[in-house]
Design a protein around this ligand. Sequence first.
Ligand code: DX5
Ligand code: ZN
Length: 216
Amino acid sequence: MLVAPSILSADFGHLARDVRAICDGGCDLVHVDVMDGHFVPNMTIGPVVVEAVAQAATKPLDIHLMVENNSFFVDLYAPLKPEYISFHIEEEKHPHRLIQKIRALGIRPAITLNPHTPPEAIEFLLEELDMVLLMSVNPGFGGQSFIPSVLERAVRLKELIEGRNPKCLIEVDGGVNDKNIHMLYESGVDVVVAGSYVYKHPHGIKTAINSLKIGS
Ligand code: DX5
Ligand code: ZN
């Protein structure tokens, strides 16, 4: 299991320190939640701050766009050379075109599905994707409760992926902790995002990350 801590739960007054802490703690990706106050009822950080995150990080960035006008935001973040950019299928009229644009910029394209969106919605895009992000909470805020139906969606997505693009990873985001990590692993999930669990763990960030790195 790869672990991508979300910096949404970091102390933004000490952001560089908190980004270094997850990298030193053994994370695989640094998950960056970009919210615009339109697609979701919350706002986070823009490219100036994400540039500071990129400078502090020693692990690749995983940028999760929760925005309207995805293409505009892809242009803003592409110069930071993230490993992945994911966009929500619910907010994109031309996902195939946007995938091609992201790949042409040298970034791995990923698509995110809200809790109500079935994996079949992106069946005919799977061959073009490097990762699919399944939301296990409604996007917009950290610290929410895990929605268990993501497990069934992961199993269905895995079946589609095995038929069409076995290299495509499955990532799950929201409410992930040491109670649900084994079920996620058994459902075929490759990458987990965890914000509050990692940053607020009573025994520290490294212990939290290690407890999620099962099977690896
Ligand atoms: C929610 C974000 C998540 C969130 C995860 O919109 O996409 O990445 O920060 O936080 P936890 O792990 O606290 O649910
Ligand atoms: Zn996220």
